[in-house]
Design a protein around this ligand. Structure first.
Ligand code: PGA
Length: 250
């Protein structure tokens, strides 16, 4: 049985005072009503130290939102996987569509980042997803399989056992439009079948999250689908009440 996993993606939001308040509320609530799933928050780099200090002893794991594909060296502005590991990160998001779009990250670079993360003992949350145009032209499955295959080619099966996948239809991110549970389930099952072509136990064990306007009022239906193992939550992760409602929907 795969454990469910609810992961917040704060994106470029937050501040020292706001983070204190949000994490205090989450911690207090989860202390009295523990989550029935894994919970993590992926926060901006500068706040990793702050969040690590606040979350000591709390059942909320820490993650970052990007990582360098390089291990060390003259790469101004980059942050290595080893540095994230030093700062107690367990997870790092790679290949988010906002990075693919605004920073021109391609499948090959995303795969190198996933490899860098796994090599340093982190769990990469590998994001895949189609644009509206790709969906409308009937290319959804081909796009997500292509994006996943780049990662499958770069890592061996043992390494792949420590990745998490996130299906995030680009047209659903931050737009309030959510894929229906059936639409999401269909893509999740395609991704799981692709994993299964490589290794049956891999297909059984890898968590596949859904992301794209998951909210308290749609979480239960999405999380009830057989191949949806959790959520990657943007906007709703910034409000303690909403994030907790999604966690408790599990
Ligand atoms: P959203 O973002 O929940 O605000 O749509 C999800 C994501 O981009 O990870």
């Amino acid at each position: 049985m795969r454990r469910k996993f609810i992961c917040g993606n704060w994106k470029m939001h937050g501040g020292l005072a706001a983070n204190d308040m949000l994490l205090a509320e989450l911690s207090t609530n989860l202390a009295t009503k523990p989550a029935a799933c894994d919970v993590a928050v992926c926060v901006p780099f500068p706040y990793l130290g702050q969040c690590h200090a606040i979350l000591k002893g709390v059942a909320i794991l820490l993650g970052a939102q990007d990582v360098s594909c390089h291990a060390i060296g003259a790469y101004t502005g980059e942050v290595s996987a080893a540095m994230l590991h030093d700062l107690a990160c367990r997870y790092v998001i790679v290949g988010h569509s906002e990075r693919r779009l605004h920073h021109h990250e391609d499948d090959a670079l995303v795969a190198r980042k996933a490899l860098a993360a796994v090599s340093a003992g982190l769990i990469p949350i590998v994001c895949v997803g189609e644009t509206l145009q790709e969906r409308d032209s009937g290319n959804t499955n081909a796009v997500v399989v292509r994006q996943l295959t780049a990662v499958l080619n770069a890592l061996d099966v043992t390494q792949l056992k420590s990745i998490v996948l996130a299906y995030e239809p680009v047209w659903a991110i931050g737009t309030g439009k959510t894929a229906t549970p059936e639409m999401a389930q269909e893509v999740h099952s395609v991704l799981r079948a692709r994993l299964g072509e490589l290794d049956a136990s891999l297909a059984q064990s890898v968590q596949i999250l859904y992301g794209g306007s998951m909210k308290p009022d749609n979480a239960k239906q999405l999380l009830g689908m057989p191949d949806i193992d959790g959520g990657l939550i943007g906007g709703a992760a910034l409000k303690a009440e909403d994030f907790l409602a999604i966690i408790h929907a599990v």
